[in-house]
Design a protein around this ligand. Structure first.
Ligand code: KG4
Ligand code: ZN
Length: 337
């Protein structure tokens, strides 16, 4: 007998995590993630290797999600997948898999925008933000301030014109020889350092736009000059360099977020994406929340980085609106809202 419950299987494969999750009636039951460690050897994600790893991981990850939720694939109401933005080859694996499965099971297919899903991750657990809210989405590929008026009604009101802030973290970490992905390692070092020890120029941008490529170059020249004077400069100042670069990046993020909050008169403030795990950003956000009387929302770490739980959550809202796609759909690496 067909169940009246809404049971969705969601697949995420936009970058270097292969993930599957099950949501039942809008409750995310699990979030299975296979992390691809192969990229660590290369200091960054290698697209071709990512696609191959997705190909290997996708069946076991989907099987585990179904088994863990004790759901038979024949009970599924819909299959959801990340259509974009992301790496073409990586997206194609999830897209093709989801299309085949929906076709075989004769159930609707739901496409999800990865950036919207990062924001909708806030509705997986309590406390949930109230509409309208602003979300600062900060990851390895994106830096955006989004005005969120409803589950599926959102608008990008500010974004980076070049690098993402996660890239600035990772590239700085690489220059310091900290490994990949360097953001979390840099964060750890920064906790023991002096954020005001070194000054780096904050790039001025109009309106609510960001730019993070300048600071990357500034750090490069700064290190080159200091290393000429003292070849042990990095070793002797590692924590202070990390703290100072992190401080500059956070200042840049927060200034525009505060500007957006005042301009739109919205005090419900959320952050999403991998960089929202940064301890300095979290602390600064809480401090600013007191000054500006914001209510601040940060998802659990599991739902900040790339995961299928957020895709399942987004897909549930789309299922309620009957926003389905047909079999002609394809991956969209530069997908917009
Ligand atoms: O959202 P995400 O998992 O994947 C993308 O869609 O990009 O974000 C990954 C990014 C990487 O740049 C990583 O270095 C950064 O998030 N990141 C951090 C921290 N944890 C992850 N950056 C700074 N501090 C952290 N604690
Ligand atoms: Zn992401």
């Amino acid at each position: 007998m067909p169940s009246s419950e809404i049971k969705i299987l969601a697949i995420e494969s936009s970058c270097d995590e292969t993930s599957a999750a099950i949501a039942v009636n809008g409750k995310v039951l699990n979030n299975i993630i296979a992390t691809q460690s192969v990229h660590e050897n290369y200091g960054g994600v290698v697209p071709e290797l990512a696609s191959r790893a997705h190909q290997q991981n996708i069946v076991p990850v989907v099987d585990e999600a179904l088994k863990n939720a004790a759901i038979s694939k024949d009970d599924l109401s819909a299959i959801a997948f990340t259509r974009g933005p992301g790496l073409m080859g990586a997206l194609l694996v999830g897209t093709s898999f989801a299309k085949s499965m929906a076709l075989a099971l004769n159930v609707p297919l739901i496409e999800v925008n990865h950036m919207q899903a990062h924001i909708l991750a806030h509705f997986i657990e309590d406390p949930k933000p109230n509409f309208p809210f602003l979300c600062l989405t900060v990851s390895g590929g994106h830096t955006q301030i989004v005005l969120v008026e409803d589950f599926l009604k959102m608008e990008v009101i500010g974004e980076t014109k070049d690098d993402a802030v996660g890239e600035a973290f990772d590239k700085t970490a690489k220059m310091l020889g900290l490994g990949y992905p360097g953001g979390p390692i840099l964060d750890k070092m920064a906790q023991k350092g002096d954020p005001l020890k070194f000054k780096f120029p904050e790039t001025e941008m109009p309106g609510l736009s960001y730019s993070f490529s300048g600071i990357k170059t500034a750090v490069l020249y700064f290190l080159r000059d200091e290393l000429k004077k003292n070849e042990d400069f990095i070793k002797e100042n590692m924590n202070d360099i990390c703290a100072s670069v992190q401080h500059t990046l956070i200042q840049m993020l927060m200034q525009k977020l505060r500007k957006a909050s005042r301009q739109y008169k919205i005090k419900e403030i959320a952050i999403a994406g991998g960089v929202s795990a940064n301890s300095g950003l979290r602390n600064t956000l809480h401090t600013m929340a007191e000054q500006e009387r914001w209510n601040v929302y940060i998802p659990s770490f599991e739902y900040c980085t790339d995961n299928a739980g957020m895709i399942a959550m987004a897909a549930h809202f789309k299922y309620l609106q009957k926003e389905f796609v047909d079999q002609s759909v394809s991956a969209l690496p530069r997908m917009k809202f």
